[in-house]
Design a protein around this ligand. Structure first.
Ligand code: SAM
Ligand code: SF4
Length: 326
């Protein structure tokens, strides 16, 4: 088992397949002309499989593929097929632009649930946020996945002054469609234009929803990073992810592996452990995994606290989100 100094058991691995992406969400990718890591420095499909097997042997039962955009990787289908054979809960976070090409692959690998990012239901605003004109494709692909009976969670990063006025439009969406919308507090990463006054807190989100809807609280699992709710009679549900104002660190069971093979014990950790180089040298990575987890901070990577009003994104020693794997 992978257990840290606070007795947290880590059984959930998030693997970034690439820092490449076909969208340019400003809060995730710092620069329009961002230079992607060359393929040779990324974990190859057999290396991802080998590392995943190590983690499974140590008790990991769930793997989420992420990125960058995991589905822009040329061998994404091969990787999904390989991991689908490991008998674990395999899932994916995606911007949905390529999902129509992957329906069968995902079904065959027994992927049943997907997290899809969509921050607005207005195509103009989508262009503004992602710097690409792909709203219709994303929206249509969400419906395609629903039609194919996937459990679809929609991640919306709520940013004050940008899209908080659309919260109830997303709730309205849950009336007719079984989408599970998750409203996420905006988080600071290197170069992502985060300022504390753009954080729309989970209490503010619930207040906006309360003005129009009555809703009930759904039961949470100890490892859940979201507080879940539903409007009675709606087909879908909604949740708030309060990383900034009320983090879920005490129940954290997550480990991250960046596309270049570095283990991060927390989304906000500054330390990284190079598993890929060790694997390529033929070394056993197990002691490295344990060492990394033993240095995991109690909360928020040890880099800030929930009192973030005076925080500057540059004060946090970390990568940009696109190079971590959200
Ligand atoms: N490309 C895929 C996608 O967009 O879903 C996967 C990678 S993306 C980095 C993973 C998730 O991180 C997305 O849901 C995205 O909205 C979220 N994310 C990125 N930057 C964020 C930030 N600054 N604050 C909160 N969530 C963020
Ligand atoms: Fe790409 Fe996802 Fe980041 Fe947007 S959030 S730039 S889709 S990796």
């Amino acid at each position: 088992m992978i257990v840290d100094n606070y007795n947290r058991v880590h059984n959930y691995l998030r693997v970034s397949l690439t820092d490449n992406c076909n969208l340019r969400c400003f809060y995730c990718m710092p620069e329009e002309d961002y230079v992607f890591t060359p393929a040779s420095r990324l974990m190859q499909a057999d290396e991802i499989e080998a590392l995943a097997k190590k983690f499974v042997a140590l008790g990991v039962t769930k793997i989420r593929l992420t990125g960058g955009e995991p589905l822009v990787r040329k061998d994404a289908a091969d990787i999904i097929q390989r991991l689908g054979k490991l008998g674990l809960n395999l899932t994916l976070t995606t911007n949905a632009t390529r999902l129509h090409e992957f329906v069968d692959t995902l079904k065959e690998a027994n992927v049943r649930s997907l997290n899809i990012s969509l921050d607005t239901l207005q195509s103009d605003k989508f262009n503004l946020i992602t710097r690409r004109d792909q709203f219709k494709l994303v929206y249509d692909n969400i419906h395609l996945m629903l039609k194919n009976n996937f459990h679809v969670k929609v991640n919306m990063v709520v940013m004050k002054g940008l899209n908080e006025t659309e919260i109830n439009d997303f709730i309205e969406w849950t009336k007719q469609e079984p989408v599970h919308v998750r409203f996420i507090e905006f988080m600071p990463f290197t170069g992502n234009r985060w300022t504390s006054n753009k954080v729309f807190t989970w209490q503010e989100m619930l207040k906006v929803i309360e003005e129009k809807y009555s809703f009930i609280h759904l039961k949470n699992d100890v490892h859940d990073t979201a507080k879940a709710y539903m409007v009675p009679g709606h087909k879908g549900t909604f949740a708030v992810i309060s990383t900034m104002t009320a983090p879920f660190c005490s129940g954290c069971n997550r480990i991250r592996l960046t596309a270049d093979g570095k283990m991060k014990n927390c989304l906000f950790s500054k330390e990284e452990t190079d598993l890929l180089s060790a694997l390529r040298k033929g070394e056993d990575v197990t002691p490295l995994i344990h060492q990394s987890i033993h240095s995991k901070a109690k909360e928020l990577g040890g880099q800030f606290t929930t009192d973030f009003k005076h925080l500057h994104a540059e004060d946090i020693n970390n990568r940009s989100m696109i190079t971590i794997g959200g």
